[in-house]
Design a protein around this ligand. Structure first.
Ligand code: GLU
Length: 321
């Protein structure tokens, strides 16, 4: 079967070296397999997304040596490749979930949820597990709440634990109590990441999702959606996050380590791909190596951990000429 993978950035900031690591790994996995790679811009949150950043991201990825068979601008059979232009598809999926009784309106505000101190600690990508307050409201209670607040819509998670085999971190099992019912459409009308990404990966025929381990705990939620929508899930692999010498994740706020800043500084892209290749265990020592040359060397054997530290010395090497 032809394998299909993707990189799916949110254009709310500049790509940083952690994003480059994810993009490169997902690209290498698919290029090594002779599959098709696509770029999808996850701009569903219109307030946080900037078209100029989406353009810049594409230039940054090309600078790094990546290419894609389908994506914004070049198109492809499963377009559009921007989430902001795919809302009809999300709506259709939501209608199906609703018709099957798998959603319910939720009137809780963030403040309400924050007050429930006893809520079990949920998982990082979604925050606290929702304790199900609005799951069993009577029609009468719903009508009363409806009069004062526009609800969000939550997906009813199955009560059974969800297990899957991650391509890198192995078998993962999540009990229903750690997951909770999650929002599929916010009160302001925005579709959630979980719904949009599931609909898109499925509609775009993605066979391999490779992404950062910060999204590991989104996977059981997305698997529940695949099940509810009657679609076959892809294989998921979650790679470690890069962290600095103090153990902090690189973030879109660290402007000096953005790909755009490195480019402007005159850093050679082969240095960044070489550094990543070294951190991932594909190279024995730090050396500039173009992305293309890493295709035969890619493997995930040494990626079975949550974090990879990047030292100050390695960052200095990256920026040296
Ligand atoms: N858009 C998400 C992000 O930028 C990634 C989604 C995914 O790979 O599933 O973090």
């Amino acid at each position: 079967m032809l394998r299909r993978g993707r990189f799916a950035p949110t254009p709310s900031g500049q790509l940083h070296i952690g994003n480059a690591f994810t993009a490169l790994c997902s690209w290498l996995q698919i290029r090594q397999a002779g599959g098709q790679f696509l770029l999808r811009i996850e701009d569903i949150d219109k307030l946080r997304s900037r078209p100029a950043l989406a353009e810049q991201m594409q230039e940054d990825l090309q600078w790094l040596g990546l290419d894609w068979d389908e994506g914004p601008g070049i198109g492809g059979p499963f377009g559009p490749y921007e989430q902001s232009r795919r809302e009809l598809l999300y709506d259709k999926a939501l209608e199906r979930l609703k018709a099957d009784g798998l959603t319910y309106p939720c009137y809780c505000s963030r403040a309400d949820l924050a007050r429930i101190a006893s809520a079990p600690h949920g998982l990082s990508s979604e925050g606290e597990a929702y304790p199900g307050l609005c799951r069993h409201l009577t029609d009468e209670e719903r009508r009363a709440k409806e009069a004062v607040k526009t609800p969000s819509l939550r997906f009813r998670m199955p009560d059974d634990p969800i297990s899957f085999v991650d391509g890198i971190t192995g078998t993962q099992t999540y009990g229903a109590e750690t997951l909770g019912d999650f929002v599929v459409k916010r009160a302001d009308g925005m579709f959630s990441y979980q719904l949009a990404v599931t609909v898109d990966d499925s509609a775009m025929g993605i066979t391999d999702v490779l992404r950062g381990s910060d999204l590991l705990d989104s996977t059981p939620r997305q698997l529940a959606l695949y099940g509810a929508l009657g679609r076959k899930p892809p294989r998921f692999s979650h790679i470690p996050l890069l962290v600095d010498a103090d153990g902090n994740r690189f973030s879109k706020r660290d402007k000096s380590l953005s790909l755009t800043a490195l480019r402007a500084e005159g850093v050679a892209p082969e240095r960044l791909s070489g550094l990543i290749g070294y951190l991932a265990g594909w190279l024995d020592h730090l050396e500039p190596v173009p992305a293309q040359a890493l295709i035969p060397r890619f493997h995930t054997k040494r990626l079975n951990k949550r974090l990879i530290p990047v030292s100050g010395e390695q960052l200095r090497w990256l920026r040296s000429r």
